[in-house]
Design a protein around this ligand. Structure first.
Ligand code: 5GP
Ligand code: ZN
Length: 117
């Protein structure tokens, strides 16, 4: 199983080789602000370990996924998103995924349209 992919932008963010505005970190996941925010709060939560997308998750990753959602909840509280927010993960080119390291977008701070494009 890949731990780190040297060609992967988000692996380089995990290692600190590429700078990011981190808002959360623990032993399994980190959260940092999206460089091109689509909402007043736009944070990406990613596992430290390289996993290409949600479709590549295995049963053994259950604790890791739970940790991602715990981080998302903590960040939403810290950002004061009492009115609600959205968690999105794109899978594959048809979804618009551009970085192939699993990430959950946390979007909030404005009224969000539905359905997404
Ligand atoms: P995707 O389109 O794969 O679901 O989301 C990738 C996200 O990563 C995009 O929202 C994009 O703005 C963000 N992104 C791309 N490169 C960087 C970067 O170097 N730093 C940060 N903080 N975000 C990035
Ligand atoms: Zn990666």
């Amino acid at each position: 199983m890949d731990v780190r992919d040297p060609g992967c932008l988000f692996c380089r963010i995990v290692s600190g080789e590429v700078p990011s505005d981190r808002v959360y970190e623990d032993d399994l996941v980190i959260g940092f602000r999206d460089v091109a925010p689509r909402a007043p709060t736009h944070v990406l939560v990613i596992p430290r370990r390289h996993i290409p997308d949600a479709h590549a998750l295995a049963d053994e990753d259950a604790a890791l996924v739970a940790r991602c959602f715990a981080a998302l909840r903590r960040i939403a509280d810290d950002e004061g998103l009492e009115g609600g927010y959205r968690i999105v993960t794109n899978v594959g080119p048809d979804s618009g995924q551009t970085v192939f390291h699993l990430h959950f977008h946390l979007l909030g701070g404005r009224q969000l349209g539905w359905p997404p494009g």
